[in-house]
Design a protein around this ligand. Structure first.
Ligand SMILES: *[C@@H]1O[C@H](CO)[C@@H](O)[C@H](O)[C@H]1NC(C)=O
Ligand SMILES: *[C@@H]1O[C@H](CO)[C@@H](O)[C@H](O)[C@H]1NC(C)=O
Ligand SMILES: *[C@@H]1O[C@H](CO)[C@@H](O)[C@H](O)[C@H]1NC(C)=O
Ligand SMILES: [Zn+2]
Length: 469
C-alpha cells in the first residue's frame, strides 16, 4: 500500500487548495505513467474532497423518504411498519435495491440486519460504518431512523459523486427492529450485533401479541433461522473503527435555538422497573379506613417517591416516569387489591441512575410494610449502561460542521438508539438534525429537506475523514 500523509497535513492541504492539489497530482501521475509504462494506481482521497463540492441530492432523498413511507400498514401521513410484516419485507427490498444502485456489496445476516459496503483501497482495515433503522411504531412518522439509513446512502452517493476514494471501507447498516413494538425487545438487531446474550435468551421465549414466536415471524419474512443461529449475528470489536448514526433530534432544542447540527456526546440509557403490590381489597363502603391495605395507594405513594428520588439526584440529566399504573379490579366501589406500575428511569451516569433505582426499591419495601400490602414483584428489566461518544469522532463531526459553515452544539441524546449498542463494539458518534417542534413517534414528525441535507453533508465529510484515519 502506498503510504499516505497524516490527516492534519491532508486537512491543511484541503483548506489551502483542494483543486490545484488534485490537478497537480494528476500531472504527476501522468508523468509517472508515461515514464513507467504502467498505470499508477492513485488514491485521490481527501485531497480531491472540498467541503463546498459536496452536493447532496436533497430532492431525490426526500422522494426516497416518501417512497419508503408508502410501505405502511396505516394511511399517510402516518407510518406503521412492524418487524417482519409484509410491509417491512417490502421496505427491506427497497433498501437493498438502493444499496445495489449505489454499487455497494450487500450482505444480510440471520435476523435481517442489512449491510451495504463500499470497499476502501485498504479493504482489510476495520471499516467505518453508519446507519439506523426503518421500522416504525404504529401511527408514527416517516423520519425517525429513516433519515439515518437513506441519509447514509445519500452520503455515500455524495462522496462517490465528488470522486472521493475511501481508505477504510465505508458500510451502511440498516438495523433490524430498533423499536420494541412486536417482541418487546428494543434495538434487537444492534443488541445481537454487540453479542448480547440477554437478547439471545429473551428471543428464545419471545412471542408477539398474536402468540407468534420470534422464529415463526422471522420465517414468514424469509429468515429461516433457529436459536443456534442467533449468536452468529454478533460482530467482533475489530469489525469497525467507527460507527456513526444520523438521526432527527426527537426533541425541540435545535429548532428552538436555530442550530443546524447536534453533536451527541452521550446517550442516556433507560432502565425499566416492574412493580406489583397486593392487598386484601374489599368493599369501598364496608371496609373502614383503619382496616384497609390499599394496593392502589401503595402504587400512588411509590409514583411520588420516584419523582422525589429522581429530583434528589440534583442533576437535570436524571429522569424518571411512571408511565403505567394499573389498578385491579378497577371498579369505583372496590378497594384496589392489586396494583401494577412500570417505571422508566434514565441518566447519562449509570451509577447515579442505579442509585435512584435502589432508592425506589427501598421505598417500595417501606411502603409495603407501612401499608400492610405485599410487594409481590420488583423487577428491573433492560438495565442498560449509557454510552459515551468517542472523543475523536466528536472532534471529526465538529470539524466537519465548521468546514461546512454549519452552526452546531454538543448535546446529550435522551432517547436511546442502535448507537447505544454499537458503542459496545466500536467507537461511536451521533449527529442530530432539528425536527419540527421536537415531534417524533407521531404522524406530525417532520424535518426539512435543508436540515436533512445538512446532516447528510456532515455525515459524508465525517465518514470521509474517518475512512482516512
Ligand atoms: C464557508 O465560509 C467560508 C467563508 O465565508 C467560505 O470561503 C467557504 O467556501 C464556506 N464553505 C462552505 C462549505 O460553504
Ligand atoms: C401460545 O402458543 C403456545 C405454543 O404454541 C401454547 O402452548 C400457548 O398455550 C399459547 N398461549 C396462548 C396465550 O394462547
Ligand atoms: C451458526 O453457528 C453455529 C455454530 O458455530 C453453526 O452450527 C450454524 O450453522 C451457524 N449458522 C449460520 C446461519 O451460519
Ligand atoms: Zn430512531
Amino acid at each position: 500500500m502506498s503510504p499516505i500523509p497524516p490527516l492534519p497535513f491532508l486537512l491543511l492541504f484541503l483548506l489551502v487548495s483542494a483543486i490545484s492539489a488534485a490537478s497537480h497530482e494528476d500531472a504527476t501521475r501522468r508523468t509517472m505513467e508515461e515514464f513507467s509504462g504502467y498505470p499508477i494506481h492513485s488514491h485521490p482521497s481527501v485531497l480531491s474532497l472540498s467541503p463546498s463540492s459536496l452536493s447532496v441530492d436533497a430532492v431525490g432523498l426526500q422522494r426516497q423518504i416518501d417512497e419508503l413511507a408508502a410501505f405502511s400498514d396505516t394511511p399517510k401521513p402516518s407510518v406503521t411498519r412492524i418487524l417482519y410484516s409484509e410491509k417491512d419485507v417490502l421496505a427491506r427490498s427497497y433498501i437493498k435495491s438502493l444499496m445495489k444502485e449505489a454499487a455497494l456489496s450487500v450482505r444480510e445476516d440471520a435476523v435481517g440486519n442489512i449491510f451495504g459496503r463500499w470497499n476502501g483501497y485498504e479493504a482489510g482495515l476495520p471499516a467505518v460504518a453508519t446507519g439506523s433503522h426503518i421500522d416504525a411504531i404504529p401511527f408514527s412518522g416517516k423520519y425517525d431512523g429513516v433519515v439515518g439509513v437513506l441519509g447514509a446512502l445519500e452520503a455515500i452517493n455524495t462522496l462517490k459523486r465528488s470522486n472521493f476514494q475511501p481508505r477504510r471501507s465505508l458500510e451502511v447498516i440498516m438495523f433490524t427492529s430498533e423499536e420494541p413494538t412486536r417482541f418487546g425487545i428494543s434495538c434487537l438487531g444492534s443488541r445481537l450485533l454487540a453479542g448480547s446474550e440477554a437478547a439471545t435468551d429473551a428471543l428464545k421465549q419471545a412471542v408477539d401479541g398474536q402468540n407468534i414466536s420470534f422464529f415463526d415471524a422471522a420465517k414468514s419474512a424469509g429468515y429461516n433461522i433457529c436459536q443456534e443461529d442467533l449468536p452468529n449475528v454478533s460482530l467482533t470489536k475489530e469489525s469497525y473503527s467507527a460507527f456513526l448514526e444520523l438521526h432527527i433530534e426527537q426533541g425541540p432544542i435545535l429548532e428552538e435555538e436555530g442550530v443546524s447540527i447536534g453533536i451527541v456526546t452521550a446517550i442516556a440509557a433507560p432502565a425499566s422497573i416492574k412493580v406489583d403490590f397486593e392487598g386484601n381489597g374489599g368493599h369501598a363502603g364496608a371496609v373502614l379506613m383503619p382496616a384497609r391495605n390499599d394496593a392502589g395507594l401503595a402504587a400512588a405513594e411509590l409514583a411520588l417517591a420516584v419523582e422525589k428520588h429522581v429530583l434528589a439526584s440534583g442533576s437535570i440529566d436524571t429522569v424518571g416516569t411512571v408511565g403505567i399504573l394499573e389498578l385491579h379490579p378497577g371498579a369505583i366501589n372496590s378497594i384496589p387489591s392489586r396494583s401494577h406500575l412500570e417505571i422508566d428511569t434514565r441518566d447519562i451516569d449509570e451509577k447515579r441512575r442505579n442509585t435512584v433505582i435502589e432508592k425506589i426499591q427501598h421505598s417500595a419495601s417501606k411502603i409495603a410494610t407501612d401499608r400492610g400490602v405485599k410487594l409481590s414483584q420488583f423487577t428491573v428489566v433492560n438495565q442498560d449502561p449509557p454510552a459515551l461518544c468517542d472523543e475523536s469522532i466528536i472532534d471529526a463531526m465538529e470539524a466537519a460542521s465548521r468546514q461546512l459553515n454549519l452552526s452546531h452544539k454538543l448535546m446529550i441524546s435522551r432517547a436511546y438508539h442502535d448507537s447505544l449498542f454499537m458503542a459496545r463494539i466500536s467507537p461511536m458518534g451521533m449527529i442530530f438534525i432539528p425536527c419540527y417542534k421536537g415531534y417524533s413517534h407521531k404522524p406530525e414528525e417532520y424535518a426539512s429537506m435543508e436540515d436533512i441535507a445538512n446532516g447528510v453533508k456532515v455525515l459524508a465529510l465525517t465518514l470521509a475523514k474517518l475512512s482516512l484515519d
